[in-house]
Design a protein around this ligand. Structure first.
Ligand SMILES: Nc1nc2c(ncn2[C@@H]2O[C@H](COP(=O)(O)OP(=O)(O)O)[C@@H](O)[C@H]2O)c(=O)[nH]1
Ligand SMILES: [Mg+2]
Length: 224
């Protein structure tokens, strides 16, 4: 078992811990599976609140993982039922967090495999790229896709995001859970962000070719 616990929920960057523990953040549209991902990765079904009605997470939520690093659940973007003011506020909060958190090592950009990448997803990917923030694209809910649709999605994403690492993922089937852990673990070992440089290419992307540190019995054992 991985020891994981809720650490804090806040809307203000000044409330975030100032220690050096790395942050790994999840971004993506509402309902894409960010909170589920935290539960799935930690094997604790009730750690993060998963909801049938989207747009619930309105704070920056930190989860402490083995006192080594934080998984960070950010508010989802693009949920139409949220008021315009709130959407703008969330977007500002997310951008501010991503730009100003020295401990941030990696963003998991989670997209819904069933829905072709939306404009908001594309905007987020472009924004991360232009700010030199390392990210991987996780196509979640792959269990909902036929083999031919999966092949189509693969081609679309290859074209749209050349050179960006992608992980095909499903919480329901447990597919590639270890690969996500591998990316996270590698990122936690990457050098700290240099906050003195801003703008394009300010930050060296962590390398991902690091072995998993999880014991083998942890592999894909999650069942819903
Ligand atoms: N079929 C399927 N459903 C998923 C998967 N991941 C998440 N879900 C469901 O998607 C819904 C939204 O999940 P949630 O984690 O609350 O999304 P969030 O808004 O991004 O935090 C929930 O009903 C989850 O059970 C997956 O891989 N496959
Ligand atoms: Mg959520």
């Amino acid at each position: 078992m991985i020891s994981a616990s809720f650490f804090t929920a806040t809307t203000s960057l000044s409330d975030l811990p100032i220690d050096a523990k790395p942050h790994i953040a999840m971004v993506g549209r509402s309902n894409v599976g960010k909170s589920s991902m935290i539960n799935h990765l930690t094997g604790q079904k009730k750690l993060a609140r998963v909801s049938a009605d989207p747009g619930r997470t309105q704070t920056i939520n930190l989860y402490d993982i083995e006192h080594r690093f934080f998984l960070v659940d950010l508010p989802g973007y693009g949920y139409a039922q949220t008021s315009k003011e709130k959407r703008v506020m969330f977007a500002e909060m997310i951008h501010e967090y991503l730009l100003q958190t020295p401990q941030l090592r990696l963003v998991l950009l989670i997209i819904d495999a069933r829905i072709p990448p939306t404009e908001l997803d594309a905007d987020m990917a472009a924004w991360l790229q232009s700010n030199g923030i390392p990210f991987v694209i996780i196509t979640n809910k792959m269990d909902k896709l036929s083999a031919s649709d999966a092949a189509k999605l693969h081609r679309t994403l290859e074209e749209k995001y050349p050179g960006v690492r992608r992980i095909e993922h499903s919480i329901t089937s447990g597919r590639n859970r270890n690969e996500v852990w591998g990316a996270i673990e590698a990122a936690t070992r990457a050098p700290a962000r240099d906050m003195s440089i801003t703008g394009e290419h300010s930050w060296t992307a962590p390398s991902f070719n690091v072995d998993l540190t999880l014991p083998p019995e942890e592999t894909n054992e999650y069942v819903e």
